[in-house]
Design a protein around this ligand. Sequence first.
Ligand code: NCD
Length: 353
Amino acid sequence: MADVMKGIDWKTFQQLRGSEKKEYFTRDGSIFHVIMSQQFDRQFLDEICELTTKIRGIAKGNKGVSFLQSLLQGKRAMLYFVQPSTRTFLSFMAACQILGIQCSEVRDAATSSEMKGESQEDTVRTFSSYVDLIVMRHPQSGFAERIAFLLNQIRRPVPVINAGSGKDQHPTQALLDIYTLHRSFDNYGGIDGKRIAFVGDLLRGRTVRSLAYLLRNYRGVKLYFVAPPELQMEEDLKSYLKEQKVAFEETNTLEEVIPSVDAVYMTRIQDEYDKAGESKRIDYSAYYFKKEYLKILPPNAIIMHPLPRRDEIPVEIDGDKRAIYWRQVRNGMWVRVTLIAAIFRKDKDIKEY
Ligand code: NCD
C-alpha cells in the first residue's frame, strides 16, 4: 500500500495533532474510524449518549429487537484481538449481534500468517477483503491509527475501531465511561463542573488517558491524578490538559481526595508492560479503595473501574449503591451498538424509530 493518503504521507500524518487527524477518520461528515479520543467533540458525545439511551429503550420490546437486528444485516465484522480481553471482545461481539452483523475473530497472532512472516499491515488488509468493519486490540501504541491510515488508501476502505492500542488509547472504553458519568450525573447538573479522581497506574493505563482526553469537552471539570510517583501520568497528556485549560492536580494520597470528588476511577497495575518486574517494587496497596473510604466518599459520588480488577476494590464494596463498575460493563455493550450504528449511518433510522 502506498504511504500517502489524501496527499499526506505517514510521517507528516504522525506529526499532526489529534484534532487535525480527525478529518482523516471521517467520511462525508460522518465518523468512519474510531482511533483516538481527541477526534470527538461535545456535540458527538452528547449525541452518542442520547442515542444509546434511545437504543436501550428500543431493545426492550421484541419489535425493537427485530428492528435493531435488521439495521446491519448482511454486514460482517472482524474482531482482531491479539491482546487479552474479556469485556471489550464480548461486548463488541454482542453489539454486532444486536445489529445483525456476523463476526469472525483472530485472537492470537500465532494462528495467522504473521507466523509465516507476513507483515501486520498485509494481515489486516487481508481481513479488510472479507469484512465491512475491523475492531482491533493490539499491544503496539498507534497501530490502529497506522491501519486506519493504510486502509483509507485502498479501493474499498473499511472502518477500523481501536479497541485498545498498547499503553496509548482505548477510546471506546472512554465513550462508555462518559455515558456512565452522564447517566450518573443526569440529576446533578451533568458532567460539567465535576471532580474526578483517577487512581493507580496512570503511566500505563490507556483507559485513563482516553477518558482524560474526552473530559476536555466538559466545562469546569477538575481531574486528580492519584498515583505512585513512578506511575504518574505522562507529560504529553498533562501538557494537552494545560493547553485545553483543564484543571488537574497530582497527588499520591488517595484518602485526602476522596471527600472532595464526584467520581473515583480506580485502575489495576498494568504489570504486563514491566520490563524487569519493576511493579513488584511498588507498594500498590496505597492505591486500593479501602472499605472505610465509603464513609468519607460523598453520598452522590460514584466509584468506577474499567475492570478487570485485582485487589484495588474489595468485593464488599460492590453492594454500595455508589459502586457502578458492573453498570459500566453493561453500558459498554450499548455504547458500542450506538457507535457501530453511527459508523454505518444508521443513527438517523434509530432517531426516527
Ligand atoms: C482495560 C484495558 O484493556 O485497557 N480493560 C478493559 O478494556 N475494560 C483495563 C485493564 O486492562 O486494566
